[in-house]
Design a protein around this ligand. Structure first.
Ligand code: CS2
Length: 502
C-alpha cells in the first residue's frame, strides 16, 4: 500500500468509521452482532491479538461460532485502546510490503482487577467452554524445576487468603472452577498458549496445588471436569509503537490504537484434548495432535533460545533490533552455529518439522526488517525464560557429554546484561521479576566474576540443582563472563567462532 504523509487526523477505528477504512483491508465476512463468546481469553496482549484472535476470526468466517470475551489481568491500557473501537482492531502483516486485516473475533474487553468477581462469573458461565491464556511465563507463578505452584508468590499468598478476589491466573481459574461446580455449569477446557514446556500440564498442576492448599475439596472435580491441553504457539509480534500507529493510519485511513504488527508466519500446534467441544481451528491452519511436547521443545529451544541469545549478545553489542543483529555476520553465524551444532542434536525432531528446514526458516524470519523487534523486549524476564530456552539444551548436552560453549556464552551474556551496565558503561533498564536480586549481585560482587557466577547459580528458580552444582559448567561461565566483560559481546563471539573453525 502507498504511504500517505503521516497524520493522525483520520477517524478512530470503530463500527462507525468502517467506510473510511481502505477497501483493500480484509474485513470480517460474518455478522459480529450475532457472534457468541464460547471463549474467554485471559491476557489480551499484542501476541494474542496477532495469533489466537486471528485463528478465531478465520474460524468465524467459516461459520463456526466462537467469539472471544477478552480479559486483561493487570492494566487497563488494552481496554482503553479497544473499548472505544468496539474491540475492532487491525493486524499489519509485514514482509516486503504490508498487508492489513481487520479482526472481529474479540467481542468484549474487561479488566480483571477492576472487578475480579465479574471475571470469575464470565469464566464460570455455562456458555464459556474454552479459556485461552497468554499471560507470559511469569503469570503462572510456578517453580520451573519442581513444576508446581510457587506457594510463596505474593499473588498466590493473597489469593489463598482472599479467594473471592483473586489476582493471579491460578487463583482466578480456581475460583471459576469452584463456581462452575457449585452452579453445575459443567466442565471446561483451559488452553495455555504461553512459551512454557508442557504448558497445559504445568498449569493443571498449579491449579491442583492451589486446590490442595485451599483445603483440597475441589481437586477431584477439577481432575474430572477440566481439560488442560498443551499447545505450541508461534508468531513474532513486536510491541506496537506510536510510529506504527501513525504509519497504519496513513495506509488504512483510520487510527487504530490497538493495532498489532506481525510477520506472515504463524503456527499453532494444539493437543487435541477438550472437555466440551472446541473451535475447528484446523480449518484456520492449526495442527491438532495427540502430543505437543516435541513441537514445544523444538520451538522453545531453537526459536526462543536463539531469540534470547540474539537479544543479550545483540543488545550488549549495541544493536536495538533483531534484524540488525542478524545483519552482523559474526553474531548471526554464532547463533546459527549454536542452533545447528548445539541445540538441534539434543532436541527431538517433531513429525513434519525437520530441524534443518526449521532453522533456515527461523533465520529468515529473524532477518525480516519490517518487524523492528527490539532486543530489549526479548531480553525482558530472562529469569523466567532461561530454563526452557537455554538451560534445557545445556542439561541434555551435558548428559551426552556434548559441547556446550556457545550456549554457555549465551547464559554468560544474560548475566552480563542483567548486571545492568552496558559495554559503554551506560545503565541497562533490566525488566525482570528478579531485577533487584541482580542489582544486589552487581553491587556486592563488583568485578569478581567467580563470585558473580556463584551468586547466579544459587538462584534456584533459574538453575536446576544438577547444573548449579556442576563445577565445569560454573568454570566455563566464569571464563565466558570474563571474556564478555573484557572484550565485549561481538569479539567474544568472534573469538569463539575462530576457535571452533581451527
Ligand atoms: C520472544 C517471543 O519476547 C520473547 O521472548 O522470544 O515472544 C517470540 O517472539 C515468540 O515466542 C514467537 O512465537
Amino acid at each position: 500500500m502507498a504511504t500517505e504523509p503521516v497524520s493522525l487526523t483520520q477517524p478512530r477505528l470503530g463500527p462507525a468509521s468502517l467506510d473510511a477504512l481502505d477497501a483493500r483491508v480484509q474485513r470480517p465476512s460474518y455478522d459480529r452482532a450475532t457472534v457468541g463468546c464460547g471463549i474467554v481469553h485471559l491476557g489480551v496482549g499484542a501476541f494474542m491479538r496477532a495469533h489466537v484472535a486471528v485463528y478465531c476470526d478465520d474460524v468465524l468466517r467459516t461459520g463456526d461460532d466462537w467469539g472471544i470475551a477478552g480479559v486483561s489481568l493487570r492494566r487497563p491500557d488494552v481496554s482503553r485502546q479497544l473499548a472505544p473501537q468496539d474491540c475492532l482492531y487491525t493486524v499489519r502483516i509485514g514482509a516486503e510490503s504490508s498487508e492489513y486485516r481487520l479482526v472481529g473475533s474479540l467481542r468484549s474487553i474487561a479488566v480483571a482487577p477492576e472487578d475480579p468477581g465479574a471475571t470469575v462469573d464470565s469464566l464460570a458461565s455455562p456458555s464459556t467452554r474454552v479459556v485461552t491464556i497468554t499471560v507470559t511465563e511469569k503469570g503462572y507463578c510456578i517453580d520451573p524445576h519442581r513444576g508446581g505452584l510457587a506457594a510463596e508468590h505474593p499473588d498466590i499468598v493473597h489469593d489463598l487468603a482472599h479467594p473471592a478476589e483473586p489476582r493471579s491466573l491460578v487463583g482466578l481459574l480456581y475460583a471459576a472452577c469452584r463456581q462452575r461446580r457449585d452452579r453445575s455449569a459443567g466442565g471446561i477446557t483451559v488452553l495455555s498458549c504461553d512459551n512454557l514446556p508442557s504448558n497445559g500440564a504445568l498449569l493443571r498442576r498449579a491449579v491442583l496445588d492451589f486446590a490442595s492448599l485451599s483445603g483440597g475439596e475441589l481437586g477431584g472435580w477439577i481432575e474430572r471436569n477440566v481439560a488442560f491441553p498443551s499447545s505450541m504457539i508461534d508468531r513474532i509480534v513486536p510491541a506496537t509503537t506510536p510510529d506504527d500507529i501513525a504509519q497504519a493510519a496513513s495506509e488504512t485511513g483510520v487510527v487504530d490504537e490497538a493495532l498489532v504488527c506481525t510477520e506472515p508466519f504463524t503456527q499453532w500446534v494444539i493437543e487435541d484434548q477438550f472437555a466440551r467441544g472446541r473451535p475447528r481451528w484446523e480449518d484456520a491452519g492449526a495442527l491438532l495432535v495427540p502430543d505437543v511436547a516435541p513441537y514445544e521443545a523444538a520451538k522453545l529451544r531453537l526459536l526462543n533460545g536463539a531469540h534470547s541469545t540474539l537479544a543479550y549478545l545483540g543488545y550488549l553489542a549495541g544493536y536495538q533490533y533483531v534484524h540488525e543483529v542478524m545483519g552482523d555476520a559474526v553474531l548471526s553465524s554464532f547463533v546459527e552455529r549454536m542452533m545447528v551444532h548445539e541445540i538441534s542434536p539434543v532436541t527431538q525432531e517433531p513429525a513434519g518439522m525437520e530441524h534443518r528446514v526449521y532453522i533456515a526458516q527461523l533465520l529468515e524470519r529473524f532477518r525480516n526488517p519490517s518487524l523492528r523487534h527490539r532486543t530489549w523486549q526479548i531480553a525482558m524476564d530472562g529469569s523466567q525464560k532461561l530454563p526452557q530456552r537455554l538451560l534445557a539444551s545445556i542439561g541434555d548436552q551435558r548428559g551426552s557429554a556434548g559441547h556446550d560453549d556457545g550456549l554457555c556464552i549465551a547464559v554468560a551474556a544474560w548475566m552480563r546484561y542483567v548486571l545492568g551496565t552496558d559495554e559503554e558503561g551506560g545503565r541497562i533498564d533490566v525488566s525482570d521479576p528478579l531485577a533487584d536480586t541482580f542489582a544486589q549481585i552487581a553491587a556486592d560482587c563488583g568485578d569478581d566474576n567467580a563470585a558473580i557466577v556463584a551468586r547466579f547459580l544459587d538462584i534456584g528458580s533459574v538453575f536446576p540443582v544438577d547444573l548449579a552444582g556442576d563445577t565445569a559448567f560454573a568454570g566455563t561461565l566464569v571464563r565466558r563472563l570474563a571474556e564478555l566483560r573484557q572484550f565485549g559481546a561481538r569479539e567474544t563471539a568472534r573469538r569463539f567462532l575462530e576457535n571452533e573453525s581451527t
